[in-house]
Design a protein around this ligand. Structure first.
Ligand code: IDP
Ligand code: MG
Length: 168
């Protein structure tokens, strides 16, 4: 088993229901380290990129409304990067199954998630599902300078008076 990074996103329902503290306490049981955290306003472009694999699903229009905050009048989400041994599996276990009705009752999704009448799984948090997906998602939501360690290769771009760090 090796150290790996995983992306967690507290979705708009988690923020609306004031669950941030509970979610972070539950995740702290994993003993993983938080190496990145911020608040993000989600636009449709970011939503489409994050959920690119689900664009053809019948529930996608509803999912896009959910993650961009239109369902909750809450267009903020809180992405976090957790790091440590077996991070992806540990976080997925604490998060629970995708379908909140099938999730362990003590998992985050089991305790706080619900299925909307439209059929959408409103399940409080996102958690990366593989090393490859975690890398793609972390690079989408965070810049290299927003993570406290060197996770993936990055480079400096220098434009006249402005230099910034980007993923390579
Ligand atoms: P995951 O979040 O557990 O990795 P994904 O298959 O990546 O699950 O789906 C992304 C999100 O889309 C889920 O967290 C959930 O909010 C929603 N979703 C996934 N599958 C369904 C479904 O069959 N019906 C309704 N909503 C779904
Ligand atoms: Mg997924």
């Amino acid at each position: 088993m090796s150290n790996e990074a995983t992306l967690v996103i507290i979705k708009p329902d988690g923020l609306k229901k004031s669950l941030t503290g509970n979610i972070l306490s539950r995740l702290s049981e994993s003993k993983l380290k938080i190496i990145g955290a911020k608040m993000v306003k989600v636009d449709i472009e970011l939503a489409n990129k994050h959920y690119h694999h689900l664009q053809k699903e019948p529930f996608y229009p509803e999912l896009a409304k959910y993650i961009t905050g239109q369902l909750h009048g809450e267009n903020r989400v809180m992405p976090l990067v957790y790091w440590g041994e077996d991070a992806i599996k540990k976080v997925r276990a604490i998060a629970g199954a995708t379908n909140p009705e099938q999730a362990e009752p003590i998992s985050i999704r089991g305790a706080y998630g619900r299925i909307l009448t439209t059929g959408l799984f409103e399940n409080v948090i996102h958690a990366s599902s593989s090393v490859e997906e975690a890398e793609r998602e972390i690079k989408l939501w965070f810049g290299p300078g927003e993570i406290v360690c060197k996770l993936y290769p990055s480079k400096k771009t220098s434009e006249e008076n402005d230099s910034k760090e980007i993923w390579v």
